[in-house]
Write a protein that binds this ligand. Sequence first.
Ligand code: ADP
Ligand code: MN
Length: 177
Amino acid sequence: MAGQGRSRPNLLVTGTPGTGKTTTCSLLVDATGLRHINVGDLVRTKGLHDGWDEEFECHVINEDLVCDELEDIMEGGGIIVDYHGCDFFPERWFDLVVVLQTDNSILHDRLTSRGYMGPKLTNNIECEIFQVLLEEAKASYPEEIVMALQSDTVEDISRNVTVLTEWESNWRRRPSS
Ligand code: ADP
Ligand code: MN
C-alpha cells in the first residue's frame, strides 16, 4: 500500500498553471520541513525533455526520464512534488494528491500578468474550466487520497497550508498498519 516504509508522506500538488502550486509548496515547506520538488524546474535544469513546443511555449517533458530521476528520492518519503500534470507518476509514490483550483477570471488575470497569451492562455483557461487536473487526478489515484482545494485568495493559501500541515502531522501520528 501507499506509504508503507516511509516515515513521512509524499504529496503531489497539482493544478492548472497559475493556481498557486509553487507558492503553496514553498509555504508548506516552511511549515513542515518537507522537501519541494518543482518538476518544471527539474526538467529544465536536468534536460529531462524532448525539445521545445513552439505552440504552447514549453518543454516537451520526457515522463520516463522524470520518473527515473525521482524514483529513489520518492522512496525516502517527505517529498512534495509540484507539477501541472499527474497521470504519469507511479500511483504508489503519493499519500495525498492535492488539486488546486482557481476561479476562471482570477486565473485569467494571473496568467495574463505572467505574460501568457494566445493558445497558451486559452489552453490553460480551458484546462481549468473543464477541471482537467481534477479529472486526471481522480482517474490516476484512489479517490480517497485526492483533495481539491480552492486557491483564489491569499486567505485561501493560508488555510490550505494549515490544512495540509495538519494532514501531514496526522499522517505521521497515524496508527501504523
Ligand atoms: P503555479 O505554480 O501553480 O503556476 P504560482 O504559485 O507560481 O502558481 O502562482 C502564480 C501567481 O499567482 C503568483 O504571482 C502568485 O503569487 C499568485 N497566486 C497564486 N495563488 C494565489 C492565491 N490563492 N491568491 C493570490 N495570489 C495567488
Ligand atoms: Mn509553479
